[in-house]
Write a protein that binds this ligand. Sequence first.
Ligand code: ADP
Ligand code: MG
Length: 249
Amino acid sequence: MGILEVSNVNKRFGGLQALGDVNLSVQDQSVHAIIGPNGAGKSTLLNCLVGKLIPDTGSVMFDGQSVLGRKPYEINQMGISRVFQTPEIFGDLTVLENMMIPIFAKRDGAFRMHAIESSNNESEVIDQAMEMLESLNMADARNDHAAAMSRGNKRRLEIGMCLAQNPRLLLLDEPTAGMARADTNNTIDLLKQIKDERDITIAIIEHDMHVVFSLAERITVLAQGTPLVEDTPDNIKGHPKVREAYLGE
Ligand code: ADP
Ligand code: MG
């Protein structure tokens, strides 16, 4: 049994079958990549895991409990945290203030802006936020406006904000999309560091094969809403069906 077990999940949008009988098992503390051409259903699948979409049929179990019918924040509290395709940080706030948000949210069960505004007395939250920034090598940038950071650093901050919630499963949807090579490599290094330092499972949707093959232990290939093959990176590289469906050969 994996920490995440997706069984026979189907999802239609009108006449379009976005997901058809998807089965996926993600092992605890592994890095599992989901690849496939545009429109294959990768983001739809991820949305079904975090409660943003509800599958028409099938089941999604996390750590032995069904996530179906739960609201996104409840699934988040179960230990699933998601990094979006575009960085979701607050540009007007400083790096430190951004990092305080998930820590407040975890402590209070909800985020309130005034908590940040009256944060002078919140030394405990600041300490925890600084600790996280230090582990991300971002402590020196704590007073910078988040909007002024490079794309790579925004992504780094955002991933850190997810980690501050102490998730057991981190989901990433194309975390290096639109990044320059140097930022992509920084993101790979960060994810490797996270994997080494934490008891965490990572499921990553990714287009960039350099990222996939640098990180993944297992790879599932989705094509037209259905898993085509699931295997190790070495086996995926040479798989004729994958070359045909994914690399267009
Ligand atoms: P991927 O992330 O693999 O590129 P998506 O999961 O975003 O693919 O999309 C799978 C298919 O479902 C696509 O054909 C897309 O146009 C369609 N789709 C995705 N979301 C919706 C939606 N909310 N309404 C209608 N069609 C959608
Ligand atoms: Mg997508």
